[in-house]
Design a protein around this ligand. Structure first.
Ligand code: ATP
Length: 209
């Protein structure tokens, strides 16, 4: 699972998903847009449209899926509930991974039911350039004894461990920068898949007008 606001999806998300799948030899990466992210402001574009952009961005990429399950639930999008729903589908023995960038990871101890996240899945932290800040004490306590050093060690069990991954194509791209550029009328070419860029421009999303 790679959850996010995807406001909008960009090549940092998509390339990370492809490389994550390769690095861990995953069957699938479920990219799951949050309808109401609990720890941040209202997204700029409606959930159904963020999902449509994500679908366009994924296109026919093998192993990547735009998964709408959080958009079908009312209320805040808690990752623990999303993982429980995936676990219910895949069974107790499936190896389940929640991947997130280092910026999101730093706030993990503030998430809803953080211990339950580890009961349901492994946590994999993707290195993100520009987000190298140290971890808060509460997070260090939550992680105690969980860290493993390799994908093989992680995949030996269905859930409960932490792995940090430096993926080959670390990308500085952020949705914040994409939105800023669009609001200023500047180019976003090669930051997003072209089909995503075309839809955003056709609808005037993020234009600030
Ligand atoms: P914003 O700038 O609006 O905060 P974002 O670019 O961080 O958005 P999100 O949708 O919030 O995008 O991110 C979803 C997940 O993808 C998070 O775990 C985030 O850390 C991760 N992520 C986003 N961009 C990158 C990137 N360039 N490289 C690796 N991981 C990323």
């Amino acid at each position: 699972m790679l959850g996010g606001t995807f406001d909008p999806v960009h090549l940092g998300h998509l390339r990370s998903a492809v490389e994550l799948r390769e690095a861990l030899d995953l069957d699938r990466v479920h990219m799951i847009p949050a309808s109401t992210p609990p720890l941040r402001g209202e997204p700029h574009v409606a959930p159904a449209e963020r999902l449509a952009l994500l679908r366009l961005g994924i296109g026919d990429t093998p192993g990547l899926t735009a998964d709408p399950r959080e958009l079908c639930r009312d209320g805040p999008s808690y990752s623990a509930d999303t993982l429980a729903s995936l676990r219910g589908e895949l069974g107790e023995r499936a190896r389940l991974v929640m991947a997130l960038g280092h910026d999101a990871f730093r706030r993990l101890a503030d998430w809803h039911e953080p211990e339950r996240l580890f009961a349901l899945a492994h946590v994999v932290v993707i290195d993100r350039p520009g987000f190298e800040a140290p971890l808060p004490a509460a997070l260090k306590a939550l992680l105690a004894g969980r860290e493993v050093g390799s994908p093989e060690a992680l995949m030996a069990r269905p859930a409960g461990s932490l792995l940090r991954l430096a993926l080959p194509s670390r990308m500085v791209i952020s949705a914040t920068e994409v939105r800023r550029r669009l609001a200023e009328g500047r180019s976003v070419r090669y930051l997003l898949p072209e089909a995503v860029e075309a839809r955003i421009l056709a609808h005037g999303f993020y234009s600030g007008s």
